[in-house]
Design a protein around this ligand. Sequence first.
Ligand code: ATP
Ligand code: MG
Ligand code: FE
Length: 336
Amino acid sequence: VLILAIESSCDETAAAVVRNGREVLSNVISSQIDLHTLYGGVVPEIASRKHIERINQVIQEALKESNTTFADIDAIGVTYGPGLVGALLVGVAEAKALAFALNKPLVGVHHIEGHIAANFIEHKELEPPFFSLVVSGGHTHLVKVKDYGSYEIIGKTRDDAAGEAFDKVARAIGLGYPGGPKIDKVAKTGNPHAIQFPRAKVENAPYDFSFSGVKSAVLNYINQQQMKQEEILVPDVAASFQKAVVDVLVEHALRGAKDFHMDSIAVAGGVASNSLLRDEMKRACEEAGMKLYYPSPVYCTDNAAMIGVAAYYEYINGRRSGWDLNAVPNLRLGER
Ligand code: ATP
Ligand code: MG
Ligand code: FE
């Protein structure tokens, strides 16, 4: 089964061809990062416009790279939420037009299910049930993956997402957008124990997260240093902040997996490429006898291959979207 997948939920215009849910024949990503860097974050209007300009060519490239034509494709998969409504609409309209014109089935995919499904690409042995730590730009979830296409949210963030906290702190310490990879890099030269930032817990909710506190603590620290006219050591701030976030993510993920009797954890989303998170998860999972999975960096951040994988499992389970498929900006996991 060949799926042509389209992803346009944020600032990546992406298309991919995936065979039988596990083999990526092509994965084309046109990033708009340089366009949005100017504004310090994604500008929705610009994102939509660029998706429109680029989407046809990205799809053509995905077909060409995979040595396939539209005739070979069995179904069209597309992200329909969550994300920026104007950005999502471009992919959804394109997918509907293609599916209608080519007379192929249409499969709407949840973006976060795609992030989780990215783990299936390189880990052929990974199969549900397993536990997942989803850490992306807009989401921080602990998820029980009960079966393909069947999810239960065990915990989530009460305020900022992990990636969002990375991006905001990076901006505050002058590293610019997108902040996650920059903090990751500069933290390597800093001392993670230099500054004690809080590890927030949510009362009576052992699986939930809160990252607005640690973000404010960093901002307060910077203000105080400036008032005292003392130096701000960016690598130390980055390393200490990163350690505070990673400590909480690792602790919660391991606790959740154990409490729900899971023997493997799959990390997903853009922050899954963070090197400290990977190292600390490895250490903790080895200690706990837990199997650990995470995708290569290119499959952690937004891409269409992961959407093709998720679409495949929907497709073989007989799920189809109608011509009324619409963009759903705040679509919840497990919702259809
Ligand atoms: P969502 O998937 O929740 O809709 P998104 O699609 O914008 O949001 P992703 O593409 O999954 O998010 O991930 C982007 C996020 O990952 C950004 O916040 C970015 O800073 C963060 N990120 C990327 N690489 C790293 C890294 N090495 N360390 C920490 N954060 C990172
Ligand atoms: Mg992006
Ligand atoms: Fe994403």
